[in-house]
Design a protein around this ligand. Sequence first.
Ligand SMILES: O[C@H]1[C@H](O)[C@@H](O)[C@H](O)[C@@H](O)[C@H]1O
Length: 584
Amino acid sequence: MGIHIPYVTSKASRSNTSDEVGDADSLGSNNQRESPAKTTKVMLESHEIQRAPASDDEDRIQIKPVNDEDDTSVMITFNQSLSPFIITLTFVASISGFMFGYDTGYISSALISIGTDLDNKVLTYGEKEIVTAATSLGALITSIFAGTAADLFGRKRCLMGSNLMFVIGAILQVSAHMFWQMAVGRLIMGFGVGIGSLIAPLFISEIAPKMIRGRLTVINSLWLTGGQLVAYGCGAGLNHVNNGWRILVGLSLVPTAVQFTCLCFLPDTPRYYVMKGDLHNATEVLKRSYTDTSEEIIERKVEELVTLNQSIPGKNVPERVWNTIKELHTVPSNLRALIIGCGLQAIQQFTGWNSLMYFSGTIFETVGFKNSSAVSIIVSGTNFIFTLVAFFSIDKIGRRTILLIGLPGMTMALVVCSIAFHYLGIKFDGAVAVVVSSGFSSWGIVIIIFIIVFAAFYALGIGTVPWQQSELFPQNVRGIGTSYATATNWAGSLVIASTFLTMLQNITPAGTFAFFAALSCVSTIFCYFCYPELSGLELEEVQTILKDGFNIKASQALAKKRRQQVARVHELKYEATQEIIEDI
Ligand SMILES: O[C@H]1[C@H](O)[C@@H](O)[C@H](O)[C@@H](O)[C@H]1O
């Protein structure tokens, strides 16, 4: 029994699509390789299906293997549902996301419950800023090197190294009685956070089937925002427990231990094995990832990875690193990718979200809410829920669209908060905030509501999209390119964490929120002009889009077309399955 799935040739697809996508198609088809016009056999749900040359244009599946890394991805996608092995790898790698979230989240409650436990005195605003910012500083330092380290030592070993940093950092904090020990513990924990924040999305993007790469990467963000939520929840629960903050820090050892143990039994990514010349392990991992895919396709996939690996120039490691850095800055499409990658990460941080993450307890206490932890849970819960909304919309609605909904929404919410803070009238008496109109205020309610609205728009767009950074860069500069972008994230986080409370004091809360609103507004303009729609695009298409400009219109047309094609593949898959069922 055979079902005919018409074969695609790039020539045919080009002639078919030119009027639909105009510029986009001519951009997308530049470097396409001709698919062999021969009959290929593929397996669908253990039944043999034949791909035959198409006789008429209408029936052709217009998916063309055009990317820089895997001609085989389309075939694999056709044959393969998501395997338990890929799900396991994704979830284990995402524990780093959880650690990122938990470690940046617990500090808000800990700052309140530490009381006089360190140096027998209440922490000043400056000391609070140092303890908070130490983690961002640590993360900044390691994120600069983590991309190169991942290529040298492997993604898995880097993640395991980050686990060790988490353990050392947590032990130092749990046993701290002096402010400086606490700060050093936070710094070392930050080393782990920086490595994990870069490697986890990279790891996931390297093992994910292309068509759902966006979603699987958002799983890491879901764990991240989930980690923040859990930290707030535990923080609220332990608020009145003596030394509760020590338990809060100690709890972070659990996910670290789980990840380390799991990683002992799991492999690295196929791409890393190929880089090391270990083709046997690369093949094994691919086989376990794509259990329904034929050996022939797996072999071709490995060959493609090998070809790509050879395209990185240089005889030895330092030369290759140097050439990669040069290529990142001198190839125009890479430079544009870098501008977008770093730009989005900078926007994510400089629009102020983390000031709420780190200091929401302090802010809500300032506006008169006694149960500040409960409000913080609502805010981080909103962040989590809207990351879930992003998970469902990032591939369907598209990255650019959700960004351009999110940023104006954030601007509006920040403007309202700024106005409300103005009328609430907060003054600083030394380091202590004093609300001018004491008692319960309706402006306080407005602030809480619009901070929640801000959280929703943030999580939907800019909180999630920048972590898709791996797709911006071609394989040969991906490690270093994502390192730059991640380092930008942590540099921004560091600046915000170390200046926010000082800003509140010096330019007032109204001024601080107005400043963030202005940055959100400028960011909307940046994204409107510079961020193309990348959902559903093959990686080489991303490069081609960025070759001679940001090509927004062309990218939108191409993304739309790719979505239609994927829908058509699913339709065909369904029809084929139906036919098999009928035959039985
Ligand atoms: O994407 C994440 C997420 O939005 C977190 O809530 C935030 O704290 C991080 O800084 C950010 O990178």
